[in-house]
Design a protein around this ligand. Sequence first.
Ligand code: ADP
Length: 215
Amino acid sequence: MSGERYQTVLLFGAPGSGKGTQGKILAHIPGFFHLSCGDVFRSLDINSAEGRLIYEYSSTGRLVPDETTIRVWKRHLDALTVLSHYKPYEDLLILDGIPRNVHQAELVKEHIDVLKIVHLVCRDEEAMVHRIRRRAIRDNRADDASEDVIRKRFRVYEDETRPVLECYSKELISEVDAIAPPAEVLRQVLNCVVPVQNAHFLVKQRPQVNMSSSL
Ligand code: ADP
């Protein structure tokens, strides 16, 4: 897809709002491809200079510098495309965790065409802290382990990430109640993304194989 932009939905919301949970569910449905920027970072070799630098930022709740973020994320996406894990003409790209500030929103413009933003809204910070604490035990994540780091990520979200919504037209943004049970959140997320997929990815009929004539 050189020169063209990937057709994309952004999963947007505060830490613990369930972007990753919903993205992982969508990833099981043919025609959707989910990529979490945080997962890309966690997949890096911690002994490499890049892996160490990123860990230094993420384990303290700070945003990784933009140039590094975009380079690593784009390299990963390109590799997935080369390997045909992600097929841009068949799959709607579901991004979570990027762009995470206004500058990143500018930088990703040349790579992605944002067709919809699903904003997982939760105004109850304590409920999200509780979810993150449970995730810390389940996933053994360094940035989930300390309450100070969790609170710092919420501040970064409010100061740097929430303003990203201003970069996009209001019509693109749909709000979903993030505090509802996961199946209900999924229903609302599907209501947002299925029409986008239908509008942009026509299901191509495979040629019919006539079994009786080949016998
Ligand atoms: P959460 O949404 O729960 O904060 P993520 O897995 O999305 O978790 O991100 C974990 C950490 O990785 C972030 O706190 C941040 O340090 C780093 N990170 C992830 N995505 C980005 C990004 N787009 N830009 C800068 N840093 C990022």
